[in-house]
Design a protein around this ligand. Structure first.
Ligand code: SF4
Length: 458
């Protein structure tokens, strides 16, 4: 008789029986030399691979470099497919060796990490006809370059326009990363003079209590800039809450272990904030349980020891995390390493990634299955950012949603009262008859109008 069976027998009947140990996968963290499968990393030792400087210097930034690193693990046809994808993509490519090593190169087409960071032309779909490059209208709500002030008490500070990796699903593909064949971008350099305009605006608006310090990614700010921005904002009396946004824990956890200057600078800002009774936290961006390995656990433990609260904002993506088992595992693994799974975002209407978007209906169904699995504070709220600047809305709060046409309409009483905002399901997920209607301009107009009329009904 196994230990679990013995325990089950000795457990009073009224108590739930212990779960199968196979259901404890969230406690397992890869700690093998997984990178050695990549030809270019085959001889690397643990210390070298787990150094953030190695990770930054050796990121994959071109097709040529991808070929040099992955070599004959994949056929030529794969590289040709990626070349086609890159030509169509609004994001430039940048992938850390950490992510490269976690991709299953025996089956890259369906690998959840490949899907997020490396486009394959053969899998891409035409953009939705109602989509725009800055579909959330962040620039329209920008009083000074690099600051978006949309909500009453909070603002988004874009400190710079680079990241340690470039995600295909990025909402800010209009600004983040290098120009591509498809897109010439708005650029926000890490320049103190520009930041001063942002600070002056925040100082002039006493209602601003909460500042998201983002980008790009603050992992690319120097340690002294992390502290400079933090100190400058802490000095503004009405700023009560600050959130540094970085994807580093998910895509380059080595930074939390070996970039001591950066972590120390963040810790000092958090400590100073605490003494001033102001909250300073870190927001990050895990999307799949495979992104969490033993080095992630160690990095997050380090932040925990320093009293730094970490919250996660994941993006729902087709073929990546749009099934309940993957979501459960991600949420439980995050909770286990003290990362709060704060938000699950329905994929924004972004160019060049139509095959990644799910329907709103899929998000509604998943939410029902996720809620109740663990404590409420570790259960993400499912939200979507409406098109046209209505801001974040709870997925359940639509005024009208038709799963056949794929049109959802939301209101936004606190951001733009009296207006209506759309979200559209990807057309390839609709039934063929409804999909066909989208290709007829007259039909399309009438579907859009009918949705607005129904949403406006008292
Ligand atoms: S790290 Fe964030 S800002 Fe940078 S590309 Fe990814 S989603 Fe965009």
């Amino acid at each position: 008789m196994s230990e679990v069976e013995e325990l089950a027998l000795s457990t009073p009947a009224a108590i739930k029986p212990p779960v199968d140990l196979a259901d404890m996968a969230h406690k397992e963290f890869r700690d093998d030399d997984y990178w050695r499968v990549i030809p270019a990393y085959a001889n690397l030792g643990t210390d070298e691979f787990n150094d953030h400087r190695f990770q930054s210097r050796n990121s994959i930034t071109s097709l040529k470099k991808l070929q040099q690193v992955v070599g004959n693990l994949v056929p030529d046809s794969f590289y040709q497919d990626v070349e086609k994808g890159l030509a169509l993509s609004p994001m430039s490519v940048r992938i850390s060796p950490y992510l490269m090593s976690l991709i299953d190169w025996t089956n890259p087409a369906t690998d959840p990490l490949r899907i997020q960071f490396l486009p394959m032309g053969s899998r891409m779909l035409p953009d939705h006809p109602e989509l725009a490059l800055d579909s959330l209208h962040e620039q329209e709500d920008s009083p000074v370059p690099g600051l978006t002030h949309r909500y009453a008490d909070r603002a988004l500070f874009l400190t710079l326009d680079t990241c340690p990796v470039y995600c295909r699903f990025c909402t800010r593909s209009y600004a983040v990363g290098l120009d591509t064949e498809e897109v010439e971008k708005v650029h926000f350099g890490a320049i103190v003079d520009r930041w001063e305009q942002v600070f002056a605006y925040i100082e002039s608006r006493p209602e601003l209590e909460d500042i998201v310090i983002s980008g790009g990614d603050v992992a690319n700010l120097k340690a002294e800039h992390i502290e400079y921005i933090g100190d400058r904002l802490l000095k503004i009396d009405h700023v009560r809450r600050m959130r540094y946004a970085t994807k580093a824990p998910a895509i380059m956890p080595q930074k939390l272990i070996t970039d001591t200057g950066w972590v120390d600078a963040l810790t000092r800002v958090v400590d100073k904030g605490r003494k001033l009774h102001k909250e300073v936290v870190l927001h990050t961006h895990f999307n799949h349980p495979h992104e969490i390995s033993d080095i992630s656990r160690r990095g997050l433990n380090r932040l925990m020891e320093r009293g730094i609260v970490v919250r996660n904002q994941m993006v729902l993506q087709r073929g990546v995390n749009d099934d309940v088992e993957t979501l459960h595992l991600l949420i439980r693994r995050l909770s286990y390493i003290n990362v709060h799974p704060y938000y699950t975002f329905v994929h924004d209407m972004v160019r060049g990634v139509e095959e990644l978007r799910t329907t709103l209906g899929a998000a509604l169904d998943l939410e029902k299955q996720v809620r109740g699995r663990t404590a409420g504070y570790n259960t993400p709220t499912f939200v979507l950012d409406t098109m046209g600047g209505g801001g974040k809305r709870n997925v359940h709060s639509y005024e009208h949603y038709d799963r056949e046409t794929g049109i959802a309409v939301f209101t936004s009483p606190t951001v733009r009262p009296g207006e209506l905002f759309y979200y559209f399901d990807p057309i390839d997920e609709l039934d063929p008859l409804s999909a066909k209607r989208w290709h007829n301009p007259t039909e399309r107009k009438s579907m859009l109008q009918a949705a607005l009329d129904l949403a406006s009904c008292p």
